[in-house]
Design a protein around this ligand. Structure first.
Ligand code: SIN
Length: 535
């Protein structure tokens, strides 16, 4: 089979908030940028984000950057990197201003005010103030994606191309990517800089808020290229996903902002159950609410709890996305409580990067959900993810621009021809992986279940060469399942999103040390103690 070859100064994999922000900044600095995405340009997780962007711009009395930092660290269960938290949050206002210059329109407190009118704010779990800016009511991600896609209109964009592996020189520098198009045709993009902005791995689970593109491809590619990942066991489950009966695949989110504006959780008997669980009750951090719902479901033997938003004014106008999803399911949230249940939502961990998006592998950067900067620790604070994508996308671009002096000859050293077959990798059937992860690695795990899930994935795994997008995704999901199960099995305590029913308490032995995952020579994930974060 013949392939194609092309060259760029920067290849960005992924076209969500982090990827497009980076691509726009790097192109503005004069780099030849190519954006690669395996699906349509807006098929990633960004457009599904509802609540908003958490940011302090100084016009909310009593709020401050320091308070936002404290809330983030508080939600993160002792595993945030305080320096990363402080610097990313401090860069938030400029990043949001830049996004608005690029055309994103946020809701204003007074809808009749002009474009310079004060922005409306909402509140979500774990926030001590109304500081979350939003767009289209509950369609913030859609507006962010729309604005960035429109601004990036002139950039070279390869849709329908999945990244298979990194090209590397003998000394390990990344020099581009091997790709497959939708028809399985191979190609090679040579570049001294590759930025992974591929999002998370919610598709490890049968039920998730994530689109079908969220298969962990970037984390898997980076691990195979020699990078390390950390905090993989902290898979965040969103507490309130619309429940319409047993279902698989992407499920409609019911934004936390609904609770931020007054809705409360009820059990089957109509009793509130968050009061007394946490001082913030229904607006406790997401891990606390998801765990409390899961406990209540077990106690009552039911499949869902209820979100009562009947007291909210103007629900349909304020939450048009949620309203439409409810009505499509035959539920009227104005008149009846919304049936909800937790579902896999966000990868708090990912590829380890520094504050500039650099991985440990020369030539390889990562930003957004795929990366682990230390902002989220053991549990991400709501609406910090779009913020991180904006800030870290820009920083990664600046870092690439600063380092864009690799001579073109180096790119040839990898010698990877466009026709070369990708190596065989461990690959298991996706449904088997999703079932194993859903039954053993959701909210509430134990050692025996995690070990059984590892065995089930192992038994379903064989070496195979991915020949199309589905194969690349299945290989990534297989590796991520092995890695998440290994990390979750190693962490014998409960912290943040990682709830071990056999080790229900926090254990300070684990405090301030992330678990890192790297691949051994046989390509298997091994868990080791990561860098300690400052107190
Ligand atoms: C939500 O709107 O509840 C989700 C926002 C987020 O994941 O940060």
């Amino acid at each position: 089979m013949t392939g194609w070859e092309a060259e760029a100064d920067l290849v960005v994999v992924g076209s969500g908030v982090a990827g497009l922000t980076a691509a726009l900044d790097a192109a503005a600095a004069g780099l030849r940028v190519v954006v690669v995405t395996k699906d349509a340009v807006d098929a990633g997780s960004t457009r599904w984000a509802q609540g908003g962007v958490a940011v302090v711009v100084g016009d909310v009395p009593g709020d401050s950057v320091e308070a936002h930092v404290a809330d983030t660290v508080g939600a993160g269960g002792g595993l945030c990197d305080p320096a990363a938290v402080a610097s990313i949050i401090a860069d938030g206002p400029a990043a949001v201003a830049r996004l608005r210059e690029r055309g994103a329109v946020f809701d204003r407190a007074d809808q009749d005010a002009g474009p310079d009118g004060r922005l409306a704010r909402t509140r979500e779990g774990g926030h001590s103030a109304f500081r979350v800016v939003h767009a289209g009511g509950d369609a913030t991600g859609a507006e962010v994606e729309r604005a960035l896609v429109s601004a990036a209109g002139g950039l070279p964009l390869l849709t329908g191309h999945v990244a298979v592996d990194a090209l590397r020189t003998p000394d390990g520098r990344v020099t581009g990517l091997a790709l497959l198009d939708d028809d399985g045709r191979p190609g090679v993009l040579r570049s001294p800089a590759v930025l992974l902005a591929t999002g998370g791995y919610g598709q490890l689970y049968s039920s998730t808020t994530n689109p079908e593109t969220a298969t962990g491809d970037g984390v898997a590619l980076a691990l195979r290229a020699g990078a390390s990942a950390a905090d993989l066991e902290f898979v965040q489950f969103h507490p309130t996903v619309l429940y319409t009966g047993p279902a698989v695949g992407r499920r409609p989110l019911v934004t936390e902002a609904v609770r931020g504006e007054g809705a409360v959780l009820l059990d089957r008997a109509g009793r509130r159950f968050m009061t007394g669980v946490h001082p913030l009750a229904d607006l406790a951090p997401r891990d606390v609410v998801a765990a409390a719902i899961t406990r209540r479901l077990t106690e009552t033997g039911t499949a869902c709890v209820y979100l009562d938003a009947r007291a909210l004014d103007g629900f349909a106008a304020r939450f048009p996305t949620v309203y439409a999803a409810c009505r499509a399911a035959g539920i009227d949230p104005v008149r009846e409580p919304i049936p909800v249940t937790p579902a896999a939502h966000y990868a708090c961990g990912g590829i380890v990067t520094d504050g500039h998006g650099r991985t440990a592998v020369p030539g390889l950067w990562a930003a957004g959900e795929v990366a682990r900067t230390g902002l989220h620790g053991a549990n991400r604070l709501a609406s910090n993810s779009l913020l991180e994508g904006l800030v870290m996308g820009a920083r990664a671009a600046a870092s690439v621009v600063q380092e864009s002096h690799v001579p073109a000859t180096t790119l040839r050293e990898s010698g990877f021809p466009a026709t070369a077959a990708a190596p065989a990798v461990p690959l298991a059937d996706r449904t088997t992986v999703q079932r194993a992860m859903t039954s053993a690695a959701g909210v509430g795990r134990d050692g025996a279940g995690l070990a059984a899930a590892s065995d089930a994935v192992e038994a379903a795994t064989a070496l195979a060469v991915p020949i199309d997008r589905a194969g690349v995704e299945d290989a990534a999901l297989t590796l991520l399942a092995q890695a998440v199960l290994a990390a979750a099995g190693t962490r014998t305590e409960s912290r943040g999103c990682h709830v071990r029913t056999d080790f229900p308490a926090r254990d300070d032995v684990w405090q301030r040390a992330s678990l890192e995952v790297v691949l051994d020579e046989a390509g298997r994930p091994v868990v080791r103690a990561g860098k300690k974060v400052a107190a």
